[in-house]
Design a protein around this ligand. Structure first.
Ligand SMILES: C[S@@+](CC[C@H](N)C(=O)[O-])C[C@H]1O[C@@H](n2cnc3c(N)ncnc32)[C@H](O)[C@@H]1O
Length: 237
């Protein structure tokens, strides 16, 4: 069956792909179903895509969908680990969405020479972006832009990165580089969500008086105060 329609994808992927600069070739790492690759080509984000996945059965899903949309001439599928299946210069932009933050950082660190060959990397971790921000900025990458998307009751972070120097404070690593710099959609809601997270920790620790509980309480109070300042800033005109 050949599909002549445009692919419909979720808000998380759509928002993450909106950070990809128009390019000749985008590498979609961990393509799985292939939605991002197809959307990128159909919407003129990338003329061509190299869709990769470490799992052969997952890549088979991409291949099937690519064939259903008759996009074989624009989307090449390669099975393999991270950037290992790419040559320097083949793709201008790397897109990695839907994986854990540590795994994304591993992929970048394991193929540093390829990672440095991209003009841009757009990263969308499924959990806290904190370790990803810390690890990549310690390895000579900078964060050029960030976004947040809220879907099905969850916040997802989007990071657009490139080679360069960037020093982040702890609060910038935890909440995002936009804190105190640029007001972005969903920032206030996300900070509020993190304040609630620490409120739950305080509730859980309760009256517990062990040394460990005291450390946790102190940390939660400190974070809550810091985050409240960030929230006030995010909500001010
Ligand atoms: C949850 S899916 C995400 C699919 C899509 N990118 C999205 O955001 O909806 C994660 C995919 O990443 C693949 N994957 C995991 N580790 C990988 C690696 N080191 N290199 C390439 N692909 C990997 C998995 O096989 C899986 O298909």
């Amino acid at each position: 069956m050949v599909l002549n329609t445009r692919i419909n994808i979720n808000e998380r992927l759509k928002k993450a792909l909106s950070f990809v600069p128009k390019c000749d070739c985008m590498a979609d790492i961990g393509s799985d179903h292939g939605y991002a690759s197809i959307y990128a080509v159909q919407n003129g984000i990338a003329k061509n895509v190299i869709a990769t996945d470490i799992s052969v059965p997952s890549l088979a899903k991409t291949k099937k969908l690519v064939s259903e949309f008759s996009l074989e001439s624009s989307i090449e599928c390669r099975a393999g680990n991270g950037f290992e299946v790419l040559e320097k210069g083949e793709a201008k932009v790397a897109f990695i969405a839907g994986m854990g933050a540590e795994l994304i950082a591993d992929i970048i660190e394991n193929s540093d020479d390829i990672a440095r060959s991209f003009e841009s990397m757009v990263l969308q971790p499924m959990n806290s972006a904190e370790p990803l921000r810390r690890r990549i900025t310690n390895k000579g990458y900078k964060i050029d832009a960030e976004g947040i998307v809220f879907e099905n009751g969850k916040f997802y972070q989007i990071l657009k990165c490139s080679c360069g120097e960037c020093t982040l404070s702890d609060i910038e690593c935890e909440l995002g580089t936009y804190v105190f710099k640029e007001r972005i959609p969903f920032a206030a809601e996300y900070i509020e969500h993190m304040i609630n997270h620490y409120a739950k920790i305080l509730e859980y620790v309760g009256e517990n008086d062990t040394e460990q509980a005291k450390v946790k309480k102190r940390e939660a109070f400190m974070k809550t105060n810091e985050y409240r300042r960030a929230l006030e800033w995010a909500m001010s005109k």
